[in-house]
Design a protein around this ligand. Structure first.
Ligand SMILES: CC(C)(COP(=O)(O)OP(=O)(O)OC[C@H]1O[C@@H](n2cnc3c(N)ncnc32)[C@H](O)[C@@H]1OP(=O)(O)O)[C@@H](O)C(=O)NCCC(=O)NCCS
Length: 172
């Protein structure tokens, strides 16, 4: 089931986020950006609370996928610098628990998040590892356009990864 986030989703979402840190240990090229150390639970509560407040104030959309009572994926679009001349831009992030990937959940989350962005944002942008072919293909299919690559954007140990910037124009 795809739906907007609820306050009760906090613990599942934190657990999911921690699981991505575990994946990073197995896959150095895992496609989301990480802090050097796993953030504390308190920091995570702060992150969730901020996101939740932003959804209420109209500065974010946050959509989850719920499977058998557990939240297994999140797509969030948060306003870049509210009340500024960049306030029409939303920044997108998406991640799904490993066991639930490749079943169409990512596509559904993106579709719903972009629908909810109508009237809220004019441009949605994101950054994706150039090696993340599956994600890039999905974004293109949804209507995202490439806006260039910044080399060596991520440094993990002595390995660098390039990042592609992509955008979706809601004015069209
Ligand atoms: C990227 C991600 C969100 C996609 O979600 P998903 O639920 O796995 O994707 P879907 O099952 O909806 O796939 C939709 C389409 O995306 C493309 N796709 C997704 N994963 C792919 C892969 N590994 N290889 C090739 N194409 C892939 C395909 O075009 C697919 O369509 P198809 O199934 O009809 O062939 C998910 O894999 C994920 O959470 N990855 C780890 C975190 C991450 O990389 N996030 C992106 C940060 S920019």
């Amino acid at each position: 089931m795809i739906r907007e986030i609820k306050w009760q989703d906090m613990s599942d979402l934190i657990e999911n986020y921690y699981s991505y840190y575990d994946e990073l240990n197995e896959n150095n090229g895992f496609g989301i950006s990480f802090y050097d150390e796993k953030p504390s639970y308190v920091k995570e509560i702060q992150w969730f609370s901020d996101l939740y407040v932003e959804t209420i104030s109209g500065d974010a959309v946050a959509v989850v996928s719920e499977e058998s009572g557990k939240v297994v994926g999140l797509c969030e679009i948060t306003r870049l610098r509210p009340k500024s001349d960049m306030g029409h831009i939303g920044t997108l992030g998406i991640a799904i628990r490993k066991e639930y990937r490749g079943r169409g959940i990512g596509r559904e989350l993106l579709k719903k998040a972009l629908e909810l962005s109508e009237g809220k944002f004019l441009i949605v942008k994101l950054e994706v590892f150039t090696i993340n072919n599956g994600a890039i293909q999905l974004y293109k299919e949804m209507g995202f356009k490439e806006a260039g690559v910044i080399p060596k954007s991520i440094k993990r140990g002595d390995k660098f990864y390039d990042i592609m910037q992509m955008f979706y124009d809601l004015t069209k």
